[in-house]
Design a protein around this ligand. Sequence first.
Ligand SMILES: Nc1ncnc2c1ncn2[C@@H]1O[C@H](COP(=O)(O)OP(=O)(O)OP(=O)(O)O)[C@@H](O)[C@H]1O
Ligand SMILES: [Mg+2]
Length: 216
Amino acid sequence: MTPLHVDNLGKHYGDTPVFANVHFTVAPGEFVAIVGDSGVGKSTLLNCLAGLDTWDSGGITHGSTDLGQLDDTQRALWRRAHVGFVFQAFHVLPHLDVAQNVALPLMLLGQNDATRVQRMLDAVGLTDLGARLPQQLSGGQLQRVAIARALVHRPALLLADEPTGNLDPTTAARVMDLLLAQTREHGASLVLVTHSDAAAARADRVLRLTAGGIAG
Ligand SMILES: Nc1ncnc2c1ncn2[C@@H]1O[C@H](COP(=O)(O)OP(=O)(O)OP(=O)(O)O)[C@@H](O)[C@H]1O
Ligand SMILES: [Mg+2]
């Protein structure tokens, strides 16, 4: 599998710096938690790691892929093949049912596999809800759809923004088990932004993002 290297990354909006000197590596099979105050730039950093946002200095490499060297199309294809992303605000597609939302990464890769989709729904406790539309789900159920969708294509790089924020402790622990299974058993690199002490306690390393950079 593939290590992730973040090398002195910096970003600002106009004159306002968001973060600077962000420097860390995530090995295959490793789980790194990122914590920090609200507004410090955690979601922005995760979007940069996914190639969904741009930065102003430094660089990001995933194995031999230098994200800064890819054009938009190349970055979209890289993301499709290698990244599973759980967004802070779910980003579930409202006009697709639950099973179709989970199947989306496989469809984009031309690997539709209904059995794997159903197994993912089972794994997140949504066995019988595949035909429901997102508007018919609770917040915690929506979050689990987002988790299943991020894992279904077994990505090498797993990026999760507060993935247990809407879940009760038992369901949260189960979701963490799933993210960690992909990390430990398949050698993915997991970067997880969280305010949850329970989630951070399971990380190999906890990095704190501040305006000045990142501290381990
Ligand atoms: N398009 C934008 N233009 C200007 N500033 C922005 C823009 N998007 C985000 N910001 C600012 O960048 C900073 C980082 O935002 P970000 O969403 O990454 O924070 P966060 O650490 O994820 O916070 P939270 O814990 O509340 O989710 C915030 O201060 C935000 O106001
Ligand atoms: Mg955020």
